[in-house]
Design a protein around this ligand. Structure first.
Ligand code: NAD
Ligand code: WQD
Length: 348
């Protein structure tokens, strides 16, 4: 990736979190000046130490809540000249959002509204938004392109992504000179190859790969595979898993596109995934193969709210951003395992 000669200052909201911390590393390595804001509701300052160990640079850090407008005004006033925002900060647990909808709407939507307001008030120009394949629901046709219609969200979390996209699109349309790109992530997995940063679920993981690594590490007794009767080669559900470092690179390329004046519209959307559907059992087998660890698992009933299959058509990201996933599923799984071993203190 190309280095910038004039340093752009980028605010990364949720920069201490899983995807945010990996993106901060790529931003710093590309030559951006990074400011992080995080309230540590789902992360710890340890990830900032990890970022520093990888890059040799400690980004400026504000412990604050993005949904607090006064705190954001103070941050923007103090930092001065923030050129753009990569907005990760959000609550992300689908099931929890069904139980606590107002918390999700308040946190995720107010944070997005505030970020757009800060760009308008303080003259920043670029926004990259963490959207999700959840906006497509169970699509009628696969793979999913950016033209595939969004479906009514199946959870308050999903709604915050759909409405978040709309808030950004409408604000950009009404603005003079703000550009935005929404990246619709499929299933990011893995960790930085250094094992200095990675995914750190608080409590029992919801997502497949952290559950696999925790089972392999002996933290969980058994992996339950939800659903063995789906329309797929082995009956388990299909998703599009890809390496988090590849996802981090997509953010840098999205920013570069806007900064270089290459956007074809003030608001653009790109799918980000491997472009390949893989079953849960294929993930389990790939994990066993690449790590040599045998997993204790059983196939149980379907998980409520799960879709059967989804994977991305990523040709738009490839032609327009020059992005594609470079790491294999096996490489991503190995980094996830190395990270888990480091967190748990397991020796090779
Ligand atoms: P994460 O929980 O690891 O990171 C989010 C970070 O934001 C955390 O550090 C958390 O403390 C912080 N945060 C939350 N609300 C905040 C607030 N109001 N103010 C300040 N900080 C706040 O999650 P992640 O997996 O890195 O996800 C990042 C983004 O990507 C989220 O918007 C998520 O919805 C989206 N996304 C994630 C996935 C995935 O599979 N992980 C898939 C699609 C989209
Ligand atoms: C993947 C597959 C599970 C755990 C979620 C969000 C979505 C998006 C990505 C943010 C499914 C199965 C899982 C387990 C299992 N996030 N599984 N046993 O469901 O694609 O999507 O993360 O935007 O909005 O809903 O990801 O990792 O939870 O599950 O069998 O213990 O693994 O049923 O088929 P999912 P996931």
């Amino acid at each position: 990736m190309r280095k910038f000669s004039t340093m752009q200052k980028i605010l990364v909201t949720g920069g201490a979190g899983y995807i945010g911390s990996h993106t901060v590393v790529e931003l710093i390595n590309t030559g951006f000046e990074v400011v992080i804001v995080d309230n540590f509701s789902n992360s710890t300052p340890d990830s900032i130490n990890g970022i520093e160990r990888i890059t040799g640079i400690r980004p400026s850090l504000h412990e604050a809540d993005c949904s607090d407008i006064q705190a954001m005004q103070k941050l923007f006033f103090e930092e001065k000249n923030i050129d753009g925002i990569i907005h990760f900060a959000a609550l992300k647990v689908v099931g929890e959002s069904v139980e606590r909808p107002l918390e999700y709407y308040r946190n995720n939507l107010l944070s997005t509204i505030n970020m757009m307001q800060m760009l308008s008030e303080f003259g920043g120009k670029y926004m990259v938004f963490s959207s999700s394949c959840t906006v497509y629901g169970q699509p009628d046709v696969l793979p999913v392109t950016e033209e595939t219609p969004r479906k009514l969200a199946m959870s308050p979390y999903g709604n915050t992504k759909r409405v978040g996209e709309d808030i950004i699109q409408d604000t950009v349309k009404a603005s003079h000179g703000i550009y935005a790109i929404a990246l619709r992530y499929f299933n990011p997995i893995g960790a930085h190859p250094s094992a200095e940063i990675g995914e750190l679920p608080l409590g029992k993981p919801d997502n497949l790969v952290p559950f696999i690594t925790q089972t392999a590490a002996g933290i969980r007794e058994k992996l339950q595979i939800f659903g063995g009767d789906y329309d797929s080669p082995d009956g388990t559900a299909i998703r599009d898993y890809f390496h988090v470092v590849d996802l981090a690179r997509a953010h840098v390329l999205a920013l570069q596109r806007m900064i270089d004046g290459k956007s074809k519209a003030t608001y653009e959307v790109f799918n980000v995934g491997a472009g390949k559907g893989v079953t849960v059992l294929q993930v389990v087998k790939a994990f066993e193969r690449v790590t040599g660890v045998k997993l204790n698992y059983e196939i149980v009933g379907r998980r409520a709210g799960d879709i059967e299959k989804v994977w991305a058509d990523t040709s738009l990201a490839q032609t327009e951003l020059g992005w594609k996933a470079l790491s294999t599923l096996e490489e991503a799984l190995l980094t996830a395992w190395n990270w888990e071993k480091r967190v748990k203190g397991i020796k090779n």
